[in-house]
Structure formats: C-alpha cells, structure tokens
Design a protein around this ligand. Structure first.
Ligand SMILES: CC(C)(COP(=O)(O)OP(=O)(O)OC[C@H]1O[C@@H](n2cnc3c(N)ncnc32)[C@H](O)[C@@H]1OP(=O)(O)O)[C@@H](O)C(=O)NCCC(=O)NCCS
Length: 151
C-alpha cells in the first residue's frame, strides 16, 4: 500500500470514491472536469492498483492550503489510510511555501489525531471569501474549521 500523485487513469475511481460520501452530504461533490483540472493536487493511496483513499491539497494563498476531498474507501476505514494521506500532505505542503494547512470538516476527532486545532472560521478569510460566499450553507454552516501549522 503506497501513496502516489494521481494520474489521469485514476480519475474514474477517484470520482466514484468521492461520490460515495458526496451523496451523503459528507464531502462536496467533484466533477470529472474539476478532478482533471486539479489532478496535480491529488494524492491516492493504492494497493494492487486499487484506490483505497484520496486527498487533495488546494493552495488558497501565499501560506495557506486546504485539504479537500479526503475520502477513504468504507471497506478500509480505520486502518490508518486517512492519517497517512494527511501526513503526506503535511510533509509536502512546506515545499510549496505553505505554512498552514486547514480543513472545513465534520471529522474533528480524526483531524485532532492528525495534529489539527479548531479555529474560528473568521480567521481563514482566504477560504470564507473564496468558497463560502457561494455556498448555499453560508448562513448555516455546520462544518468546523481546523488548522495545523506545518514546516
Ligand atoms: C475521516 C476519514 C478520512 C478517516 O480515515 P481513516 O483511514 O478511517 O482514519 P484513520 O484510520 O487514519 O484514523 C486515524 C485516527 O483517527 C481516528 N478516527 C478516524 N475517524 C474517526 C471518527 N469518525 N471519530 C473519531 N475518531 C476517528 C482513528 O480511530 C485513529 O485514531 P488512533 O490514532 O487512536 O488509532 C474517513 O473515515 C472518511 O473517508 N470519512 C468520510 C469522508 C470524510 O468525512 N472526509 C473528511 C472530509 S474533511
């Protein structure tokens, strides 16, 4: 089992895995186009060419990036795949000039175990003004903002 940068032939499986959770409203849905456009930001955990987990790192500003589309196959939950993907992102982020990695999430306990702390959403204007402004849940957002300093 290893983590790789995603390639075009991974996109269908990435899409299907994200859809499992997007249909339940747990993560935001992604289009095929969005996955191709952001392919360089995506990591996949693979075993025997099967994708068991996905995570994306999206740069939002000079020192800030967001973990997006972090999903682990339900059959492989609880085996450390999510933590390994986050660890890889935390390790690679400083190479891009990033010193803060954030997530808007329902999975606060998981992210605490990965070294993240809860912060007020207002401390992350780069996220709020780019994405949240266009979100239907803008006035009733129930996700928790979490951040980890890296590097
Ligand atoms: C959240 C998610 C990525 C976790 O991945 P995972 O591979 O199952 O998690 P790991 O096995 O790496 O867990 C790491 C630690 O977090 C804990 N943990 C994981 N999910 C947890 C949860 N829902 N509640 C409490 N603790 C949790 C694990 O018990 C483990 O703790 P330990 O160090 O004491 O052993 C996965 O459950 C998932 O895909 N969820 C649906 C999509 C989602 O919510 N993504 C996050 C969007 S921001």
């Amino acid at each position: 089992m290893d983590i790789y940068h995603a390639v075009t032939s991974d996109v269908k499986d990435i899409y299907d895995l994200i859809q499992i959770y997007a249909e339940k409203g747990i993560v935001l849905p992604r289009t095929y186009l969005s996955l191709y456009q952001h392919l360089q930001c995506l990591y996949v955990m693979k075993q025997d060419n099967n994708i068991l987990g996905v995570a994306g790192l999206h740069v939002l500003g000079p020192d800030l990036a967001e973990i997006q589309s972090l999903v682990v196959s339900p059959d492989y939950a609880g085996k450390g795949i999510g933590r390994s993907l986050v660890k890889r992102i935390i390790s690679d982020a400083p190479k891009l000039g990033i010193s803060r990695v954030m997530s808007f999430t329902y999975e606060t306990e998981f992210f605490k175990k990965c070294g993240f702390k809860i912060v007020e959403k207002e401390t992350l204007p780069e996220k709020v003004w780019v994405d949240c402004m266009n979100c239907p849940k803008f006035n009733c957002c129930d996700e928790v903002a979490m951040i980890r300093y890296v590097g």
